[in-house]
Design a protein around this ligand. Structure first.
Ligand SMILES: [Mn+2]
Length: 313
């Protein structure tokens, strides 16, 4: 099947919420034919935007569903920051015996603990899932639509294109480079999977969704006419009024979307699904907590249509 004749159903961050995933697939017209197998309506394919795991109650089930759908040609998936972290978590640093690419700090362990418990840390299933995560590309250009977990920044896309051949698993060499601070691969994977973050002026901070106080904020990288920290900062609505209305000093890089629309996850949006711009749709509406799991039913349109969101759960 050719990509340009397909309709795609883009699906946001699931974070182990299998019930919401099943409800959403059902609503999209997919038919359950086995324990983990869902068949799309004729001429359609699901595209998962990453962050299948961490936090939620049925992470193994979610990965199994997504995997079955990929293996049968009924879905594609990209890598989110949580899969990228999961890979680094189990990979030892060559130069530090007993150390891992992703440090086992208290915060990092806490963020991954549910997954490790459900999968069985160090088990065959654990290894098998990490191997699967390495097959997920950090972006896809589907011809007419593009997907990335957090930030479509073309120079980062180009770095990955050069050192990670499309359709292959992430190599050992790429993985080690991607965890080597300061390398082009590190910058690229940080940017693509975690977005553009900037440091707030002295004295400002906010509390993120996991209860951690932070001085770095995620930004609305797609906003061209942004001037102040409040314009670009993505924080929970209860913290928005505390973002400074002063001009951004540096670090913000407006990245207007020119060409085909871009679908992203990652940002813990609140409220009812709405477009971020006619070219940008975020499909993470906090399904990891009380929010719905959200899809966008795409049929080739270059100007996005808010009427095409489908939400469940
Ligand atoms: Mn997420």
């Amino acid at each position: 099947m050719k990509a340009d004749s397909m309709g795609f159903d883009f699906i946001g961050d699931i974070h182990g919420q299998a019930g919401k995933l099943q409800a959403l697939l059902h609503k999209l017209g997919y038919v359950e034919t086995g324990k983990t197998m869902w068949i799309p309506p004729q001429g359609r394919q699901a595209v998962f935007l990453g962050d299948l795991i961490d936090r939620g109650p049925e992470q193994v089930k979610v990965v199994n569903i997504v995997r079955s759908m990929i293996d049968s040609g009924n879905a594609l998936s990209i890598m989110g920051n949580h899969e990228f972290n999961a890979i680094g978590y189990v990979t030892e640093r060559a130069e530090v015996p007993g150390g891992f690419l992703r440090r086992h700090s208290d915060n990092n362990v806490a963020q991954h603990a549910e997954f490790l418990k459900q999968v069985g840390e160090g088990s065959e299933l654990h290894r098998d899932m990490v191997t699967c995560f390495r097959t997920l590309p950090p972006f896809l250009d589907l011809g007419g639509a593009r997907v990335v977990h957090a930030w479509w920044h073309q120079p980062f896309v180009d770095v990955v294109k050069r050192s990670w051949p499309a359709g292959t698993s992430m190599s050992e060499e790429f993985l080690r480079a991607a965890y080597d601070k300061g390398s082009a691969e590190f910058e690229a994977m940080e940017g693509l999977t975690k977005g553009l973050e900037i440091t707030l002026p002295d004295g400002y901070s906010f509390v993120d969704h996991s209860g951690k106080e932070r001085t770095e904020v995620r930004t609305r990288w797609w906003m061209e006419d942004a001037r102040t920290y409040r314009d670009v900062a993505i924080v929970g609505s209860e913290h928005e009024h505390r973002m400074p209305e002063t001009d951004i000093v540096d670090g913000y890089l407006a990245t207007p979307v020119i060409g085909s629309p871009v679908f992203i996850g990652h940002y813990w949006m609140e409220g009812l699904p709405r477009l971020l711009s006619p070219k940008v749709a975020c499909l993470d509406w906090s399904a990891a907590k009380a929010g719905p799991l959200v899809a966008y039913r795409w049929d080739g349109e270059q100007e996005l249509d808010a009427g095409r969101f489908v939400a469940a759960g």
